[in-house]
Design a protein around this ligand. Structure first.
Ligand code: NAD
Length: 294
């Protein structure tokens, strides 16, 4: 019997848990978590995401600030904003909303965020820690892969030893960090991308199939092994305005043990995990202040 994974309900549980922790922090008279989002330009999709991030951060009781900069802001000006936030003790998490306008060097901006405040887990130091499986010093894990791994923990278990996991998509934001997490969980991992020959053949071998390519309905029923767990990260807007994933959900769902829908699957988990990461960074900060390691 297929389980349709309700990412919206799971994300609401995570947010409620975070809100309870913030209440305790407040009751103890301690500093509340602070999240600062930097948005350069006015990309309409980014504006919607940023608004949701701001609203949800406020709802769980965080200090939440969005710094909106005009599209023509220079690299030096954005670096200056990042530098001020790095030094501002009110903010534990800093997020640079992507994409940034083409004249900006995105990688240099991400590298300028303090690794201790890098709430997206995109700083090279944190990417290295993720692949090194350095759990002790790991702070934030990229939000979408973190959301997928929490779903896997709940619906499959945290031990993926002996399981074949196939990640279709190899971006820095989703595919690569997800592959690192699957490896960490014990799975045998294949990463497919746009020049992989016969992606379907890899997919058919997957006990766990995660798809993040941005191609509507790429994954057909014939690509999916009976009883697989399928997580669909893709978000694609069709000509009629509807939103669909990278998996042909209706055709595939009955073959799976569990599957995420689009919308209502991975999407809501991503923002919940951003909040989770902010709280983790706030706690890490408190810990390092207590032990005087900073
Ligand atoms: P990206 O464009 O940076 O990377 C896409 C990856 O897919 C690349 O590695 C590319 O080689 C691969 N690819 C493209 N076409 C392919 C094909 N036909 N077969 C195999 N591989 C193929 O994209 P991204 O940022 O990783 O995002 C992917 C999708 O996930 C998009 O639809 C995006 O909107 C969505 N997304 C959703 C969330 C969420 O919260 N649900 C978060 C991030 C991204």
């Amino acid at each position: 019997m297929t389980k349709i994974i309700d990412g919206k309900a799971f994300a609401a549980e995570i947010r409620a848990e975070i809100a309870r922790e913030v209440e305790k922090i407040k009751a103890a008279g301690e500093q509340i978590p602070g999240l600062a989002v930097i948005m350069v330009g006015d990309d309409p999709a980014s504006a919607i995401y940023v608004k949701s991030k701001e609203k949800q951060a406020q709802e769980v009781g965080f200090l939440s600030t969005v710094i909106r900069l005009p599209a023509e802001t220079s690299q030096a000006e954005v670096l200056d904003v990042i530098d001020k936030l790095n030094r501002n003790p009110d903010y534990h998490g800093i997020l640079l909303q992507l994409p940034v306008p083409a004249h900006l060097d995105k990688d240099a901006l991400i590298a300028a965020i303090s690794p201790k405040k890098d709430v997206d887990g995109f700083h090279p130091e944190n990417v290295g820690k993720l692949w090194y499986s350095d759990r002790e010093h790991q702070t934030a894990i990229p939000c979408t892969p973190l959301g997928c791994s929490l779903i896997l923990e709940r619906y499959v278990g945290s031990d993926l030893n002996g399981k074949n996991a196939v990640m279709i998509g190899a971006s820095n934001v989703v595919g690569k960090p997800m592959a690192a997490l699957l490896l960490r969980m014990g799975a045998t991992v294949s990463i497919c991308h746009s020049t992989t020959l016969d992606v379907a053949e890899y997919a058919r071998n997957a006990d766990i199939l995660i798809v993040a390519t941005g191609n509507a309905h790429l994954v057909k029923a014939s690509w999916v092994k009976e009883g697989a767990v399928v997580l669909d990260v893709g978000i694609n807007r069709l000509a009629d305005g509807s939103i669909v994933g990278d998996v042909d959900f209706e055709a595939v769902k009955d073959k799976t043990a569990a599957i995420t829908p689009v919308p209502g699957g991975i999407g809501p988990m991503t923002i919940a995990c951003l909040l989770k990461n902010t709280l983790t960074l706030r706690k890490t900060k408190a810990l390092s202040s207590n032990t005087n390691t900073e």
